[in-house]
Design a protein around this ligand. Structure first.
Ligand code: ZN
Length: 340
C-alpha cells in the first residue's frame, strides 16, 4: 500500500500544472517519467541516462518502475523543476545555447554537467559578459580541405576584434582570419562522423566556406560553441544597439541551415553569383512549392520558387521529401523578422 500511495502521489505531482514538472527539467521533452531524487527534478529517459553518469550529484529512479520511499516523495514535492531552475539556471547568459531533446548528445550532456556538476549558472558565480566569454584560445582538430585528415590547429577567437583565426604549425601568420559578422556554427555529428563534430560556416569572397572541427573533450567543444555564440552576440549587440535581446538571440547561430543540392533551373541572367540572399516576408520574399508555368526541371521534377523583390529563382529538388525539407528551412528563414 505504501508503494502505491507513493507512486500515485508522485504521478499526481507530475500532472500538477504550474510546477514545471510536465516537461523534462533539462531538455523540455514532454511527460518525463524519471526523476533525480538528489536534485529534485523530473527528467526524461534520455536525460536520466546522462544523470546516471554523474552519481556524485544525481541519483535517478523511474516514476513508474521504482519504489519511492516516503521521504523521497516528500523531497520531490518540496523541490521540482521550477525550484531547480531558479537555482541551477539563475544566470544562464543570453548567448548560451540551451539544448532541446532533438539536439545531439554532447550538447545535452554538457548542459547537464554545466548546470549541476560545474554549477556554472548559479547566482553569484562569475559574470558572463559576452565580450570576455567570446574570447578563447586553444587547439581543435580540423579536417584538411583536401586530405580530409584531421590535424590539430590553434584557434583564437576574439569578440573584441570580431574575428576567429586559426594557425597551422608551419605558417607564421594566421591561415585564416574569419569575421564574426557572418559566421555560423552548428553541431554536425553525423556528417563529421564524430560525436563532438562542429561545423563552422563563413563566407569568403562571396563563397561559403566550412571548417569541420572537433575536440576529444565534450566540455571543450561545447565551450567553443558557446564562445562563438558569445562573440556573435557581442557583435549583434554592438551592431544593432537598439534591438531587443529577444530579437538578437535567435540570430546568434542558425541550426535550421539546410545543405544539399537543388538543380537551378529557369532563366539565368548576367548576374549569377551562386547565392540567393533571402529576406523576410515583410520585405516581399516568398517561397512557393512549385515551378512557374512553362518551366520544367531538367532532371528533377519537384520544384520550388524563391520569390525576391527583384526576381524569381527557380530550383528543382531531387524528390518530394527534399522539396518539403527545403521548403521548411526556407520558410523558417523568411518568417524571421529582419533587424536592419
Ligand atoms: Zn530530457
Amino acid at each position: 500500500m505504501e508503494r502505491d500511495s507513493g507512486r500515485t502521489g508522485l504521478l499526481g505531482l507530475l500532472r500538477a500544472s504550474g510546477a514545471g514538472n510536465t516537461r523534462c527539467a533539462d531538455c523540455g521533452a514532454p511527460d518525463p517519467e524519471w526523476a533525480s531524487y538528489t536534485l529534485g527534478v523530473f527528467i526524461c529517459l534520455n536525460c536520466s541516462g546522462i544523470h546516471r553518469n554523474l552519481p556524485e550529484i544525481s541519483r535517478v529512479k523511474s516514476l513508474r518502475l521504482d519504489f519511492w520511499e516516503h521521504d523521497l516523495v516528500e523531497f520531490m514535492k518540496k523541490h521540482g523543476n521550477l525550484c531547480a531552475k531558479a537555482i541551477y539556471e539563475a544566470e544562464v547568459p543570453p548567448f548560451y545555447y540551451v539544448p532541446q531533446s532533438k539536439d545531439c548528445l554532447v550538447l545535452r550532456e554538457q548542459w547537464i554537467r554545466a548546470k549541476y556538476e560545474r554549477k556554472e549558472f548559479v547566482a553569484t558565480s562569475i559574470s558572463h559578459d559576452a565580450c570576455t566569454s567570446g574570447s578563447r584560445e586553444g587547439f581543435l582538430w580540423k579536417r584538411g580541405r583536401d586530405s580530409k585528415q584531421f590535424l590539430p590547429r590553434q584557434f583564437i577567437l576574439s569578440a573584441r576584434d570580431g574575428v576567429l583565426k586559426y594557425y597551422t604549425k608551419e605558417s607564421k601568420g594566421p591561415k585564416a582570419v574569419i569575421s564574426i559578422k557572418d559566421l555560423n556554427a552548428m553541431f554536425q555529428t553525423e556528417k563529421i562522423q564524430n560525436s563532438h563534430g562542429l561545423q563552422i560556416t563563413y563566407s569568403e569572397g562571396g563563397q561559403t566556406r566550412n571548417l569541420f572541427v572537433y575536440h576529444e573533450s565534450g566540455k571543450e567543444i561545447v565551450d567553443w560553441f558557446n564562445a562563438i555564440r558569445a562573440a556573435r552576440f557581442h557583435y549583434l549587440r554592438t551592431t544593432f544597439p537598439t534591438a531587443p535581446e529577444s530579437e538578437l538571440v535567435p540570430k546568434i547561430t542558425r541550426s535550421y541551415f539546410k545543405e544539399g543540392y537543388m538543380e537551378k533551373t529557369g532563366p539565368t541572367d548576367a548576374f549569377e553569383t551562386g547565392r540567393v540572399i533571402i529576406g523576410s516576408k515583410e520585405h516581399g520574399y516568398e517561397v512557393r512549392a512549385s515551378l512557374p508555368r512553362g518551366v520544367k526541371g531538367r532532371r528533377w521534377k519537384a520544384g520550388l520558387t524563391i520569390v525576391t523583390p527583384k526576381r524569381e529563382f527557380v530550383f528543382a529538388c531531387e524528390n518530394d521529401r527534399e522539396q518539403k525539407e527545403w521548403m521548411e528551412a526556407l520558410n523558417e528563414i523568411i518568417s524571421q523578422p529582419m533587424t536592419a
